[in-house]
Design a protein around this ligand. Structure first.
Ligand code: PTT
Ligand code: SF4
Length: 611
């Protein structure tokens, strides 16, 4: 078991907010070996420890903050962290990946993960310094936005701390509130910030002064230096530095996947006004996550003359999706979402849904497409659950249950999580990627559209399904268990082999990509088991995309007239299940569970479904 002496710290900090107690515990070596860290460790803890059917806002739900064995080490884009919980938006497994100095600080403080349970009787924030934990009064911070909260905490504790905070949206239990750090990094789309709010936990501040022990520091340094160098020498590095993820606007328009008017269309006439090219001319600053030499945060001055850090998803969902074709105004909406601590993707989808509901007279309020002032007011009202904001705070799935009138067809979510910014009328592979994502409709696990645009767009074939599984293994598996940023690999082509090389040097085990793929499959199967255990009405229909993409063809652009075919989608889904070793209802079979060392899930799952 020498592996535990290196790379991992092997320690978990468990914090009980009800009793104001903290204990340091060992993590079983076998668990680290089987799950690595990040998402892997998070789902293992949530499966083992949550009472079945727990209400996500109950004190018995837990917030897991999990790093990986390379997090916080000088390796490319390693300053990331997974935040996870049972989601109040989806009622299933939810997580997010946030770039933050808290990742470095947690590891330097000596932990691979922090588990937060219980609920404080009044607002608190945690100050963690190595093995010391303080439960500090947060009465003066409660109600502040995330930027002011960060300023106050840094004033009190100094600049060399890592922070994870919530804003008013998290405090007021908006179901898609996120955790914010560094005034512009956000994580936990499925409402992980609201779980933090339900525990009356305003912030976590961490300072660490130790160092992780590495099995072979020299080999690690060499492997990591090589990887950093390969990034700098990449052909498109300079372009990346200029535009980052914002380049995707023009690409999405060209490929007819830019969400427009609540995903009615995949092209937007005014797309250049919100494009990466336009952004470049306004850019005033570049920001990024720790230990990253790609620094992709593009900052511009918004129409209120304040700084706002833009990414593709933010701009597409708060721009073309609600028909606002003015980047400075979109930047205002983005900044407000960051300050209030609400997910920009879900927020943009919710606003689009309400604009459409207004047009169809399902609500009495008048909210016109492209109305910037109405959108701004709606974000603020949502964070405080005021007026229409109280409904908006519930997310599109619950809003459609409430409003009826066929609105579930155009409530753009899967399993409750709003679809991120890629329209799928003419992208069946990407639709399947959303359908089978382990947290609901997020692109993070498989951005299949990146490959699909180079394939036959109309095909529902095995090649796409196999590629989808391969990408889920890489993106949802390797990057989410290591908790490292995937952008060096996907955007500038960093060779994937660097990761097992760096990991082997850190933990002292000879790790291969195949080994990491098996871990990815284990994590996927356990997350699926969790969804089934927590949702008694589980059925494969939960893996279907919104009906708009099947029923209403595109009316514009190069794919005019296209829509998805339900029968073909179902066939592709069946093939996906088969290749994963899951049955026709999307449930992992007994053989698959045994093969992945998940035998302990069998008696539990047998109570709910046929295996
Ligand atoms: C991520 C999702 C994304 S994905 C974006 S923009 W993107 C939105 N960003 C938001 C934001 O900003 N503010 C806000 N209030 N809400 C937001 N919601 C949306 O959240 C982010 C980058 C990006 S920018 C992407 S693609 C990559 N995502 C990674 C991932 O998921 N895993 C991984 N291993 N590496 C990744 N690298 C990239 O990180 P969620 P961040 Mg994010 C302001 O958290 O919940 O996973 O949702 O973390 O530090 O902001 O970096 O065009
Ligand atoms: Fe953060 Fe961007 Fe670097 Fe990834 S590439 S670590 S998101 S700055």
């Amino acid at each position: 078991m020498h592996i535990l002496m290196y790379g991992w710290t092997g320690k978990l900090l468990r914090i009980d907010l009800t009793r104001k107690k903290a204990v340091i515990q060992d993590i079983e070596p076998a668990i680290l070996k089987d799950f690595i860290g990040g998402r892997g460790l998070a789902i293992k803890i949530l499966w083992d420890e949550l009472p079945v059917g727990v209400d996500p806002f109950s004190p018995h739900n837990k917030l897991v903050i999990a790093a990986g064995p390379l997090s916080g080490l000088p390796a490319p884009s390693s300053g990331k962290l997974v935040v996870a919980s049972k989601s109040p938006l989806t009622n299933g497994y939810g997580d997010g990946n946030i770039g933050t100095w808290a990742s470095v600080a947690i590891r330097k403080a000596g932990y691979d993960a922090i588990v937060i349970e219980g609920r404080s009787n009044k607002p608190v924030y945690l100050y963690i310094e190595n093995d010391k934990v303080e439960f500090n009064d947060a009465k003066d911070l409660w109600g502040l936005d995330t930027f002011k909260t960060e300023d106050e905490l840094i004033k009190t504790h100094g600049k060399d701390v890592g922070t994870l905070l919530i804003g008013p949206a998290g405090e007021n239990l908006v179901r898609y509130a996120t955790i914010i750090s560094m005034k512009g990094r956000s994580g936990g789309r499925p409402g992980i910030g609201a779980v933090m709010g339900s525990k009356k936990l305003k912030a976590i501040v961490v300072r660490g002064t130790g160092e992780a022990k590495l099995a072979d520091p020299k080999a690690f340094r060499e492997a990591s230096t090589k990887a950093y160098k390969e990034i700098l020498e990449a052909e498109n590095y300079d372009f990346w530095i200029r535009q980052g993820t914002m380049a995707t606007i023009e690409w999405a328009q060209a490929n007819s996947v830019l969400p427009t008017a609540n995903f009615r269309e995949g092209v937007y006439d005014n797309y250049m006004a919100i494009s990466g090219t336009t952004m470049e001319k306004m850019k005033v600053e570049r920001r990024g996550c720790p230990y990253c030499n790609m620094q992709c945060g593009n900052v511009i001055l918004d129409s209120e003359n304040e700084k706002s850090e833009l990414d593709y998803e933010n701009v597409a969902m708060l721009g073309s999706n609600i028909l606002i074709g003015d980047l400075k105004k979109v930047a205002v909406l983005n900044k407000i979402a960051d300050k209030l601590g609400v997910d920009t993707i879900s927020m943009g989808s919710v606003i689009g849904f309400l604009m459409e509901a207004s047009e169809k007279k399902l609500i009495k309020e008048k909210i016109e497409w492209g109305d910037f002032e109405a959108a701004k007011e709606l974000i603020i009202d949502t964070a405080y659950r005021r007026g229409l904001g109280a409904l908006a705070a519930e997310g599109t799935m619950r809003m459609s249950w409430y409003l009826g009138g066929g609105s579930s067809d155009w409530a753009m979510n899967i399993k409750g999580l709003e679809v991120s910014a890629y329209d799928c009328h003419a992208a069946p592979g990407m639709a399947l990627a959303y359908g089978t994502s382990p947290i609901g409709a997020h692109h993070k696990d498989a951005w299949l559209i990146g490959l699909e645009v180079k394939m036959d767009r109309s095909a529902y074939n095995e090649k796409k399904v196999r590629k989808l599984i391969e990408w889920q293994r890489i993106r949802g598996g390797i990057f989410e268990t290591l908790t490292m940023c995937r952008l060096p690999w996907i955007e500038v082509g960093l060779n994937l082999e660097h990761y097992p090389r760096m990991l082997s040097a850190a933990i002292g085990l000879d790790v291969t990509l195949d080994y990491l793929f098996t871990i990815a499959d284990r994590v996927y199967a356990l997350i699926r088991a969790f969804w089934i255990r927590e949702n008694s009405e589980w059925s494969k229909v939960m893996d279907y995309p919104p009906m708009r993409w099947f029923k209403e063809p595109l009316t514009k652009g190069p794919f005019k007239g296209w829509k998805l075919d339900l029968e073909k989608y179902e066939k592709m889904l069946e093939l996906y299940y088969k290749l994963r070793g899951w049955n026709t209802n999307g449930v992992p079979t007994k053989e698959t569970l045994k093969k992945l060392n998940l035998d302990y899930t069998i008696p539990v799952l047998s109570k709910y479904v046929t295996l």
